[in-house]
Design a protein around this ligand. Structure first.
Ligand code: FCB
Length: 452
C-alpha cells in the first residue's frame, strides 16, 4: 500500500522576514525602519538584542540559498525591507536596495526555487512614521507607490505575492498593546491602523491587476482558533468576540466587503469607532485576491472577563503542552480553522504561510542539533492539514516558519524557530534534525512514515 501523499503540485516552502534575518541595517543606502528605532530603545527587546546584524543574510544570502537547495524546498517566502528599497519610504528608490532583492531572486530561480514575496512584514520606514505612520490615511498612498515600483522591478520573476503579513499584529501589538514597533498604546488608533492596512492591501491588489503582473496575489493573516472555556452563554459571546477580532475583522472586509457586525457594534457601544471608513473603502478592500495566506501556531480557550477592556475576555490556560513561546500546541485547531474558512468564504484557495515552533535547541557533542519536539509539532500540524484537504479544503501549499533561527521581535534571539540552527557569534548554520526530516517530507510529498 502506498503512503498517503499531499496533492500533486503542492507547494512546499520555508519562510523568513527581512528584519528578522538581514542585518546590514544601515548599509548601502538603506533607510531606518521603525524596528531599527524600536530595538535601539533600551528595555524594548529581550537582552537588548537588535536586528542590526541578525543572521547577516544581506551578506550571506548566496550561501543561504544554497542551504535552501540542500533542503530541497521548492518555495522560499521572504519579505522586502521597504526602507531598503525606499530609504525615505517614498520619493527616490535606492538602486542597491532593489538590486539586493534582484540578486536574491536570481539566485533562487537559478537553483529552481520559486520566490514568494511579502511586501510588508513590519519594517515600516521611520521617515514616514514621523508623519504618523499607518495611523495617517496617507499611508495607503505611500504603500501603493512602493508596491507599484516593486511590481515594475520584480513583477516578471515572482510567482507569488503577499501584500501584508499579519495586519492584526501590526495594528494591535504595535498600536494598542505596544510590545511591537512603533510601541503605541491606543485602541482607537489601532482600529484606524487596521483599516488603513486593509485599504492599502486593496490598493496594492488593484495596482497589481492594473499593471498586469503575472502571478498570484493575496494577504497573510494570523489566525488562532478560539474555543469557549465553559458552556456559559457569556463565554460563548466572549469567544465570538475573540474570533471576530483576530480572524473576521480582517478576513470579512477582504472576502465579503464588510466588517463583522457583532464586533463592530460592540466597538461602537464602547465609542471606539471613528469615521475612518470612507465611501468606497470596503469595495477597494474586497478587490478579489487569488489566495488567502494563513499563519497558524496556536489556539485559545476563552472566558468572559469584564475587567479586560475593551473586549472583555481573556485566554485561560489549559493542560495542553506548550512550546518555548508558551503557546499551547493544538494541531486540531488548524483543522477547525481551515474548515471554518472554507465554509465561511466559499472555499478560497489557501496557503499556510507560516507554521512552526520554538524550542530550546542545543548543539550536542557531535555538533548536531536534535529537535524531536519540533518534528513532532510539524508532523501533527501537517497531519491535520492533510485531513482538511481530504475534507475539501483547497490548500495549495505550506511554508514552514522558519528556514533558520532569527530575531524573534520582542523576544530577540532568545527563541529559536529554525529548522537550521544559527550560531550568532560565528554565523555558522547547522541543519537541525527537523531540517533533515522536512527535506524528506518535501521529497516524498508526504509527512507520513518519514524517519530520519
Ligand atoms: C509570526 C510572525 C513571524 C514570526 C512568527 C513566530 O507572528 O509573522 O515573523 O515571528 O510569528
Amino acid at each position: 500500500m502506498g503512503r498517503k501523499t499531499f496533492p500533486k503540485d503542492f507547494s512546499w516552502g520555508v519562510a523568513t522576514a527581512s528584519y528578522q534575518i538581514e542585518g546590514a541595517w544601515e548599509e548601502d543606502g538603506k533607510g531606518e525602519s521603525i524596528w531599527d528605532r524600536f530595538s535601539h530603545i533600551p528595555g524594548r527587546i529581550a537582552n537588548q538584542d537588535t536586528g542590526d546584524i541578525a543572521c547577516d543574510h544581506y551578506h550571506l544570502f548566496a550561501q543561504d540559498v544554497d542551504l535552501l537547495a540542500q533542503l530541497g524546498v521548492k518555495w522560499y517566502r521572504f519579505s522586502l525591507s521597504w526602507p531598503r528599497v525606499f530609504p525615505d519610504g517614498i520619493g527616490s528608490p535606492n538602486p542597491k536596495g532593489i538590486q539586493f532583492y534582484k540578486d536574491l531572486i536570481h539566485k533562487l530561480l537559478d537553483k529552481g526555487i520559486q520566490p514568494a514575496v511579502t511586501l510588508y512584514h513590519w519594517d515600516f520606514p521611520q521617515k514616514l512614521q514621523d508623519r504618523g505612520g499607518w495611523a495617517n490615511r496617507e499611508s495607503v498612498e505611500w504603500f501603493e507607490q512602493y508596491t507599484r515600483y516593486v511590481f515594475q522591478e520584480l513583477g516578471d520573476s515572482v510567482p507569488l505575492w503577499i501584500t501584508h503579513n499579519e495586519p492584526w499584529v501590526v495594528a494591535f501589538l504595535g498600536h494598542w498593546v505596544g510590545v511591537h514597533a512603533p510601541g503605541m498604546k491606543d485602541f482607537i488608533t489601532a482600529l484606524q491602523v487596521a483599516h488603513h492596512l486593509l485599504l492599502s492591501h486593496g490598493k496594492a491588489v488593484q495596482a497589481f491587476r492594473e499593471l498586469g503582473v503575472k502571478g498570484e496575489i493575496g494577504i497573510t493573516l494570523n489566525m488562532a482558533y478560539h474555543y469557549p472555556g465553559t458552556d456559559a452563554p457569556e463565554d460563548f459571546e466572549a469567544t465570538k468576540r475573540a474570533q471576530e477580532h483576530v480572524i473576521h475583522w480582517f478576513a470579512d472586509p477582504i472576502l465579503k466587503g464588510e466588517y463583522p457586525s457583532f464586533l463592530y457594534q460592540w466597538f461602537q457601544q464602547k465609542d471606539l469607532v471613528r469615521d475612518f471608513v470612507q465611501p468606497g473603502d470596503l469595495e477597494t478592500i474586497c478587490t478579489p485576491i487569488d489566495f488567502l495566506g494563513v499563519n497558524y501556531y496556536t489556539s485559545h480557550t476563552i472566558r468572559h472577563s469584564p475587567a479586560d477592556w475593551p473586549l472583555e475576555l481573556k485566554t485561560i490556560p489549559t493542560s495542553r503542552p506548550r512550546t518555548e513561546m508558551g503557546w499551547e500546541i493544538y494541531p486540531e485547531g488548524l483543522y477547525d480553522l481551515l474548515m471554518t474558512l472554507t465554509k465561511e468564504y466559499g472555499g478560497p484557495k489557501i496557503y499556510i504561510t507560516e507554521n512552526g515552533a520554538a524550542w530550546n535547541d542545543l548543539i550536542d557533542v557531535r555538533g548536531e542539533v536534535e529537535d524531536p519536539n519540533r518534528i513532532d509539532y510539524l508532523y501533527r500540524h501537517l497531519e491535520q492539514a492533510h485531513k482538511a484537504i481530504e475534507d475539501g479544503v483547497h490548500l495549495a501549499g505550506y511554508f514552514l516558519w522558519s528556514l533558520m533561527d532569527n530575531f524573534e521581535w520582542a523576544y530577540g534571539f532568545t527563541k529559536r524557530f529554525g529548522i537550521v540552527y544559527v550560531d550568532y557569534a560565528t554565523q555558522k548554520r547547522i541543519i537541525k534534525k527537523s531540517g533533515h526530516w522536512y527535506k524528506q517530507v518535501v521529497a516524498q510529498n508526504s509527512c507520513f512514515g518519514i524517519t530520519v
